[in-house]
Structure formats: structure tokens, C-alpha cells
Design a protein around this ligand. Structure first.
Ligand code: HEC
Ligand code: HEC
Length: 267
């Protein structure tokens, strides 16, 4: 009798342990939770990240693939990176952008460097405050056509669901299963990748914030004085570490949107 009781006890313990372990393992295997480490110097505040899309290393990694994914365009030849090229500070070096179908964009491709700090995006949409929403415009917009994906939503989701690499990347960033490969998660990952595009080590950064007195030339130092002078007044609109007053970060007392008036474009 005692022997039997012991056996039951042992079995229960084994069962309980296996149960806990499997929960723990499934958490680890599907954990979208590797905290993202910001590689920024201490003088620079961290950007403010939307509560519904916290940064994780896995989302940034997935977003990197999606940003360079040419199959996210009508002819398989265009990705975000076609207009936002890393070596050109994520612009394209052209006066105005040209989309996948050769349609001209009325404006030029803006830099995405330090985009995590912007409080509002693009010139055409003064209320555009989330990168997650902005990413839909180049993909699905028709005026102008950028990537030309109007009406192709299901096709691109199917393409991603059938690709073993994206199955792996989406599972790591969000969770397993086809339903996690959806537009919402796609734009969340793209936004996370964009927020990781930080520049904080330019010669000017080193000179102004890093105590490196020789990082810029004497002419550049004279330029800085002019830039911040009452005569030229550049600093009023191009102030702070990002040279922009459309800025938002964790050390700001008020997170209001001070730039939206300037950024309303009539067209
Ligand atoms: C055809 C070229 C083109 C492609 C492809 C493209 N963009 Fe852009 N991007 C632009 C242009 C042009 C602007 C300026 C838009 C405006 O002001 O209306 C812009 C603006 C932006 C901005 C706003 C920057 C700011 O400072 O306000 C973000 C963010 C952005 N693009 C991200 C993306 C992402 C993500 C993708 C891929 C899903 C993408 N872009 C694909 C040309 C492109
Ligand atoms: C009243 C606000 C204001 C002042 C003052 C101002 N700017 Fe600007 N600056 C802007 C705006 C708004 C834009 C974007 C204009 C556009 O794209 O049509 C801009 C764009 C620029 C650009 C182009 C940036 C890019 O990515 O293409 C440069 C360079 C620039 N300004 C330099 C200066 C300099 C130098 C001064 C001082 C002599 C100055 N600005 C004064 C508001 C201002």
C-alpha cells in the first residue's frame, strides 16, 4: 500500500514537473521578449516607444528582412530600401522619388535616420504620428504608387506564410501560426526596425556632446556659431540633437506636437 502511494506521488510530481517545464519551454520557444538594447550614448535620450509595440530584438530582426523584401512590391523589384538606402542616410539621392511603376512622387525620399524621435511623419499627412500606420502608405498608396500593393494584401501575406524563413522570424517575434503573419504584425516589425536606425556618432555629435574638440573643422565651428546666431536663426526650427523641432523623447517634459503647424503641406 505504502509502495503504491509512493508511486502515485512520484508520478504526480513527474507530471507536474513536465507540465511546468512544457509551459516554460513553450514560453522560451515562442518568447517575443528579448529586450532590445539601445546602442546610444548616455547624452542621448531614448525615444518614446508606443506601448502596444515594445521594442524586441526579434521584431527588429524581422523588420530588417521586411524592409529589404522586394517581393513586397507589384513587380518584385522594389522594397522600402529602394528609396531609403542606408549608405545615403536612408534616402535615395534623387530630387524626387520614383515608385515601382515608374510614377514620380511629388516629394523626395526622406532620411529615416533617428526617425524614432520624430513626433509626426511625412509632409502630406500632418496627423501621421505612428510609424506602424505610415508603413501602409508606401505599400498600398495609389497617389502616387510607391510599392503598388493595392489589392494584393492577401497575396503578400500568403507569400510570407509560405516562406520558411518568414515563418521562423514571425514565430520568434510574435508567436507561431499563420494568423500571426498578418498586416498588423508586419507593420509593427517594420516600425521596430526603423526605430533602431540611430545615428549618434557623427563628427558633430562627438564635438558637441562627446568632448572631442577636434572632431570638426574650424570652418564648421564658425558655421555652428552662425547656425545658432540671432542673425540666421536656423536653431529655432533645427534645434537639439536631431536638428529638428518635430521631436519627442523620454526626457521631454511635454510630449505635445510642436511641429505639426509647419508640417502641413497643401497640395
Ligand atoms: C518610391 C520610393 C519610396 C518607397 C518604396 C518607400 N518610401 Fe518611404 N518615403 C518616400 C518619400 C517620397 C517620402 C516623403 C513622403 C511625404 O512627405 O509625403 C517618404 C517618407 C517616409 C517616412 C517619413 C519620414 C519622416 O521623416 O517623416 C517613413 C517613416 C518612410 N518613408 C518609411 C518607409 C517604409 C517603411 C517603406 C517600405 C514599406 C517605404 N518608406 C518605402 C519614398 C519611398
Ligand atoms: C521657420 C523654421 C525654419 C528655419 C528658421 C530654418 N529652417 Fe531649414 N527647414 C525648415 C523646414 C520646414 C524644412 C523642410 C522644407 C521642405 O522640405 O520643403 C527645412 C529644411 C532644411 C534643409 C533641408 C533638409 C533635408 O533633409 O532636405 C536644410 C539643409 C535646412 N533646412 C537648413 C537650414 C538652415 C541652414 C537654416 C538657417 C539659415 C534654416 N534651415 C532655417 C524650417 C526652418
Amino acid at each position: 500500500m505504502i509502495f503504491k502511494w509512493k508511486r502515485w506521488f512520484a508520478l504526480t510530481v513527474i507530471f507536474a514537473l513536465t507540465f511546468c517545464l512544457s509551459i516554460g519551454l513553450s514560453k522560451v520557444l515562442s518568447a517575443p521578449n528579448t529586450a532590445y538594447v539601445w546602442n546610444i550614448p548616455s547624452w542621448m535620450p531614448k525615444p518614446v516607444i508606443p506601448a502596444d509595440n515594445p521594442m524586441t530584438a526579434e521584431k527588429v530582426e524581422l523588420g530588417r528582412y521586411l524592409f529589404y523584401e522586394k517581393r513586397l512590391s507589384i513587380n518584385g523589384e522594389f522594397s522600402c530600401a529602394s528609396c531609403h538606402i542606408q549608405k545615403l542616410a536612408f534616402t535615395d539621392g534623387k530630387a524626387i522619388a520614383v515608385g515601382a511603376t515608374q510614377e514620380n512622387h511629388p516629394r523626395n525620399s526622406m532620411s529615416l535616420v533617428n526617425i524614432a524621435y520624430n513626433s509626426v511623419f511625412t509632409w502630406a499627412h500632418p496627423g501621421m504620428k505612428k510609424l506602424e500606420v505610415q508603413a501602409l502608405i508606401p505599400m498600398f498608396g495609389e497617389h502616387p504608387v510607391e510599392m503598388g500593393l493595392t489589392g494584393k494584401e492577401n497575396d503578400i501575406l500568403q507569400m510570407l506564410r509560405e516562406d520558411p524563413n518568414y515563418q521562423k522570424l514571425f514565430a520568434a517575434a510574435f508567436d507561431k501560426g499563420d494568423s500571426n503573419i498578418n498586416l498588423k504584425n508586419l507593420t509593427k516589425a517594420l516600425a521596430s526596425f526603423e526605430r533602431s536606425l540611430i545615428s549618434a556618432n557623427s563628427p558633430y555629435d562627438r564635438y558637441r556632446y562627446g568632448n572631442d574638440k577636434n572632431a570638426i573643422s574650424a570652418a564648421a565651428k564658425r558655421g555652428e556659431t552662425l547656425f545658432n546666431s540671432d542673425r540666421l536663426e536656423c536653431f529655432h526650427c533645427h534645434g537639439g540633437f536631431n536638428f529638428s523641432d518635430s521631436i519627442k523623447h523620454e526626457r521631454l517634459a511635454s510630449l505635445g506636437n510642436c511641429f505639426s503647424q509647419h508640417r502641413t503641406l497643401q497640395y
